[in-house]
Design a protein around this ligand. Structure first.
Ligand code: CP3
Length: 354
């Protein structure tokens, strides 16, 4: 069996992997965070075939089809595995449901709540590896497949808050009051994430991304301890096992701490959110890692001249170095698919040097 420690033959020719390896490409590769999903009519039809969202994610036939749909329509340089960051809490044994207004979890209680989590191993995630294999088999040779997980901090916010949060007061209060106890939860997620991402890589993922959607709510010491440190432990372990597989980190909202994240976390590439300036990313980040981003998802939703101007500015700032075009956050469900088609055409044009 393939152990994933060697690059697949010809793998380095994929434009996404060349950019992740530090090359500056004349036509930067592109993909979009949340490129599969409700803005696509074919996704909505597929989604109607499963009961709950967790069942949908754990059905390799449906999930691999959802992975392939956007690539078939728009020809991105990468597909991203169709799954969710909350499958890790689910695998740890937490109750996870997706309602109309987002995810609902049975909140982990501060202190004692982690007892009992992770007792049953991670076999609940096995169908995801089958989704990776089927997606890989269905993709063109030049298209990369990106696996992913949530970063421990972001996953912990959902586990402790029981869903989305406005002020993160439960999870932050726990981290402040009892850093050791909270650290044990983070440790559990770090270990599960290493198992999960290793499984995805062995099954055929070319690269992996860590989504840290809520990295931006912590002050300095917390950012170091709960964002950078767990990320570094995950990347170090993955690099030991799979030295050629690039890791992309997306610490959304990290602001001033982006530089430190890039210097210390061990990632090969960094996703920048919509408010990071192109010149900052070029001058402070791109010398160390490949930069990925950062079109405003609302500019994609609006389309037309607005989108064209934003795209031109981003490429003007970043396409002179190692760069992957993407959004600054995920595609919004209200986005007209025609705008994504227009973006694909726009990105197919040679980069103007202006
Ligand atoms: O196309 C892709 O990017 C691949 C699949 C993917 C999903 N979720 C599918 C999904 C990925 C990479 C994610 C990541 C994810 N999930 C994040 C990090 C990125 C981000 O948006 O910040 C987070 C925080 C989650 C947790 C989550 N899952 C939330 C908050 C929600 C509800 C709100 C929303 O954004 O839709 C989900 C549900 C979810 N995950 C859907 C999809 C397609 C919608 C469910 C449906 O189809 O009914």
């Amino acid at each position: 069996m393939e152990d994933g420690t060697e690059a697949p033959s010809g793998g380095q020719r994929k434009p996404l992997l060349r950019a992740l390896g530090g090359e500056t490409l004349e036509k930067p590769p592109w993909w979009l965070m949340r490129q599969a999903g409700r803005y696509l009519p074919e996704y909505r039809a597929l989604r109607a075939q499963a009961q709950g969202f967790v069942e949908f994610c754990l059905n390799p036939g449906l999930a691999s089809e959802a992975t392939l749909q956007p690539v078939r329509r728009f020809g991105m340089d990468a597909a991203i595995l169709f799954a969710d960051i909350l499958l890790v809490p689910y695998a740890l044994g937490q109750k996870v449901e997706f309602g109309e207004d987002g995810p609902i979890l049975e909140p982990i209680a501060e202190g004692s709540g982690i007892a009992g989590l992770g007792r049953n191993g991670f076999s609940r995630l096995d169908p995801v590896y089958e989704t990776v294999r089927r997606s890989r088999a269905g993709l063109p040779a030049e298209t990369a497949l990106i696996g992913f997980a949530g970063s421990p901090w972001t996953v912990a916010t959902y586990m402790v808050e029981g869903g989305a949060s406005r002020d993160f007061r439960r999870v932050k209060a726990w981290a402040y009051r009892d850093p050791q106890g909270f650290g044990a939860l983070i440790e559990l997620i770090v270990d599960a994430t290493i198992v999960y991402l290793s499984g995805q890589i062995i099954a055929g993922a070319d690269a992996v991304q860590l989504f840290d959607s809520w990295a931006g709510v912590l002050p300095e010491a917390g950012f170091e301890r709960w964002v950078i440190d767990p990320t570094r432990r995950i990347t170090a372990r993955l690099k030991e096992r799979f030295p050629t597989v690039p890791v992309i980190g997306f610490p959304r909202g990290a602001g001033f701490f982006y530089s430190r994240y890039v210097a210390q976390s061990g990632v090969d590439a960094v996703g920048i959110d919509t408010v990071v300036s192109g010149s900052f990313a070029r001058d402070q980040l791109q010398g160390r890692v490949t930069v990925q981003g950062n079109l405003d998802p609302v500019a994609l939703l609006v389309g037309g001249r607005v989108m064209e101007e934003e795209v031109r500015a981003i490429r003007g700032a970043l396409a002179g170095g190692p760069f992957i075009f993407n959004l600054g956050h995920g595609v919004l469900p209200q986005t007209p698919p025609e705008n994504v088609a227009a973006l694909a055409r726009l990105l197919g044009e040679p980069v103007d040097s202006a």
